[in-house]
Design a protein. Structure first.
Length: 374
């Protein structure tokens, strides 16, 4: 590829990132070199398939086809050369925000940058993004346009969150390990044991703050089992028949979320202090998530508005400023995290069973993608 064209594609990707995600634009910007380029490109891929999954007016069958096809496109460079333009054309039916749709229409440019990444980085991105797309397609099969679609239980919540975020946690873990060859075996193991949980924690934070907005799209990521355990029907939960019980359901979700965020702290502290940029990449979204959970705690306004609950800009600025010093000290990181956790009053969250999740995932049938080529 011509170097001028390559540079223009990279400049496009850099300019597009903050348009589709201000939050991740912040922490990705702290990285440098090939790691920065690889993670930025991988995030744009995730955003592309997120846009398809989130399309409110798109037939789930079309979503499934587009998502499965993308998983092939990222896995097979030769197939991509002849099929990507047709896939982009098919995506013209997708609805969403103007910035997301503009990125979707420019998927070729993201792939152009991807093809310039180090091979060892591509090897970590491909399986994770492919599995993410296939997992999203799997859960779209559950969508029922005639009624509110719910996840059945906590196990299904974990499985969904794995595909949309846990797989990304694994990808980031593998990229960091590639970047930090001097990591101790203990640090590597800690990161591998907690990477999925890190992703689940961030995703469940988003689920918690977007409960009402997601319901408007016909989905509820609050498991049916959580609702029924409080003696409510789905209809009663959706209508807000009991604000007190709805708050108890939200607290149940927040408590589980906090357990994952504790694992995210372990992941972060396993990264050497001599790699402060990678630490900050993890700390910023983690601290924003913990602050969000604290804001959601006993928040009755969440159950009355379709606007997602957000932490203040002042809080974000404080996180960005203070953590640049905290990142060098595990003791100060743990103290700061604990202080926020105490405000959330979620001091004894359940432990996450990674092996159980992996066992369940291995039993899922995500469909044979090879059949889609014909």
């Amino acid at each position: 590829m011509d170097s001028t064209v390559e540079m223009k594609d990279w400049e496009y990707c850099q300019k597009t990132l903050p348009r589709v995600s201000r939050t991740f634009a912040l922490n990705i910007s702290v990285l440098k070199g090939e790691l920065h380029k690889s993670i930025l490109t991988a995030y744009l891929f995730c955003r592309i398939i997120d846009t398809i999954e989130d399309a409110a007016r798109l037939d789930p069958k079309i979503k499934i086809k587009l998502l499965r096809e993308f998983s092939i496109l990222i896995q097979d460079a030769d197939y991509r050369k002849g099929a990507l333009s047709d896939w982009i054309k098919e995506c013209e039916t997708v609805d969403g925000s103007p910035n997301d749709l503009e990125l979707l229409s420019q998927t070729q440019r993201a792939f152009n940058v991807f093809d310039t990444l180090p091979r060892n980085h591509q090897a970590q991105i491909i399986p994770s993004v492919s599995e993410m797309a296939r997992g999203m397609a799997y859960f779209q099969k559950k969508f029922d346009a005639s009624a509110l679609t719910l996840l059945e239980n906590e196990e299904e919540l974990e499985e969904y969150c794995y595909f949309v975020a846990g797989a990304v946690g694994e990808m980031l873990c593998n990229l960091f390990i590639e970047e930090l060859p001097q990591l101790s075996n203990q640090a590597r193991q800690t990161m591998r044991d907690t990477a999925v949980s890190f992703g689940l924690g961030l995703q469940m934070t988003n689920i918690s703050k977007d409960i009402i907005a997601d319901r408007g799209r016909g989905w509820s990521y609050v498991p049916r089992s959580y609702i029924e355990s409080k003696g409510l029907t789905v209809e009663e939960f959706s209508s807000g028949a009991s604000e007190e019980k709805n708050l108890q359901i939200l607290e149940h979700l927040l408590n589980k979320t906090m357990g994952h965020l504790q694992d995210a702290l372990k992941f972060t502290m396993a990264i050497p202090r001599k790699a402060p940029r990678i630490r900050l990449f993890c700390i910023w979204p983690l601290w924003m998530a913990v602050e969000t959970v604290a804001t959601l705690h006993n928040n009755r306004e969440l159950l009355k508005s379709e606007d997602p609950v957000k932490i203040s800009r002042k809080t974000v600025r404080q996180i960005l400023r203070r953590t640049q010093f905290l990142c060098y000290s595990d003791t100060l990181l743990k103290l700061s995290f604990r202080n926020i956790q105490q405000r959330a009053e979620l001091l004894h969250p359940p432990k996450f069973d990674l092996s159980s999740l992996k066992s369940r995932l291995s039993a899922l049938s995500l469909d044979d993608q090879a059949a889609l080529r014909t």
